[in-house]
Ligand binder design. Structure first.
Ligand code: AVJ
Ligand code: FE
Length: 335
């Protein structure tokens, strides 16, 4: 299996990242709940291991769980947040993580990416687990920031007051992003998470017509009869109406917008909802419970987002009142 080396490498990178962050935390902070919305660092560490064990050792390999106690402690639906301060010793959690990883790697060496097994096909479940760990490392990092803020005076420095940004902002004006078509979501099944996958049909375009500007009420070329003009050309569309389409919510770097990814997550006005044709993967609980009209989508990724998770189609989500994540706003308006 040719993908093994790449997966092994990415897993090692994610784990090194996790362990490097955890090494900075003392034992008291490891189990401290610094904020009611966020679990202790140590809980995230155990949860990373239990998730890996569940999907690879139990679901793929068919082995019994190495620890029913850990399963209970570190499965979010089994253990409510306020209770997550009651953790085993750090060394024990780290040893558990190591044991699980050794067994997972042994399985990976013999795994068949060409298999039709829904979890193993194209190494999907391994790719999901790498992104799972990296999402938790971003959360661990924000918890480290909250912990540090209790120790140091975090009130704004006077130099950050008035006038800041005048020399920094290269461009303060609004940028006109002409209406146009783009591919929303992804059909790269193995590399993405369930909520960003999309394969709508021509029929769905018609249902979605109410979203759009007057000029896009018609089906896009080449589905519709009219030839495209420059701004609507959509060269990737399949004429059979199976290509994904959408209206961009915020703009595009092509038109002079800056810092579109990797600085702070951008809050959008979009409720986290399923794209047409949504299928839960690898389990209902990953996205479905959050399609509740109470979570907003964030796009782009922050400075703390690992490249395994950084891509234009990635959809993050939080309750709109959450202030501790590495997020900001991009101002946008209709012309
Ligand atoms: C998408 C970052 C909000 O951390 O709760 C991790 C990702 N899902 N384990 C979260 C996730 C299951 C999720 N966020
Ligand atoms: Fe998780």
């Amino acid at each position: 299996m040719s993908c093994v080396a790449e997966i092994r490498q990415a897993m090692a990178e994610a784990r090194a990242h996790t362990l490097r962050l955890v090494a900075e935390v003392d034992d008291a902070d490891f189990r401290r709940q610094i904020h009611p919305d966020f679990s202790p660092v140590g809980w995230h560490v155990g949860h990373i291991g239990v998730t890996e064990s569940y999907w690879i050792l139990q679901q793929c390999k068919g082995e019994p769980s190495p620890s029913a106690v850990y399963d209970h402690l570190f499965t979010p639906t089994d253990n409510p947040k306020p209770n997550r301060v009651h953790l085993p010793p750090r060394a024990e959690i780290l040893a558990y993580l190591h044991t699980v990883r050794e067994r997972v790697l042994a399985f990976l060496e013999r795994a068949d990416c060409g298999s039709n097994h829904p979890l193993l096909k194209d190494a999907s479940i391994f790719k999901m687990l790498i992104q799972h760990e990296e999402q938790h490392t971003e959360t661990i990092l924000l918890i480290l920031h909250l912990l540090a803020a209790t120790r140091y005076d975090s009130s704004p420095s006077p130099v950050l007051g008035e006038g800041r940004g005048e020399g920094l902002l290269l461009q303060n004006d609004m940028v006109l992003v002409p209406a146009g078509l783009f591919l929303m979501g992804s059909n790269q099944t193995a590399d993405t998470l369930d909520n960003e996958r999309r394969l709508p049909t021509e029929e769905e375009w018609e249902k979605a017509a109410s979203w759009d500007l007057e000029s896009y009420r018609k089906r896009p070329y080449p589905w519709g009869a009219d030839p495209p003009d420059a701004s609507t050309a959509h060269h990737d569309a399949h004429s059979d109406g199976t290509a994904p389409v959408g209206r961009h919510p915020a703009g595009s770097s092509l038109y002079g917008c800056q810092d579109m990814s990797g600085n702070v997550w951008e809050w959008t006005s979009t409720w986290f909802h399923p794209y047409p044709g949504f299928t839960a993967y690898p389990y209902e609980g990953y996205s479905v419970p959050y399609f509740d009209q109470r979570h907003r989508v964030l796009k782009g990724g922050s400075w703390a987002t690992h490249r395994h998770v950084l891509r234009p189609t990635f959809r993050n989500w939080y309750h709109p009142w959450v202030r501790e994540i590495f997020a900001g706003f991009r101002c946008a308006t209709d012309p």
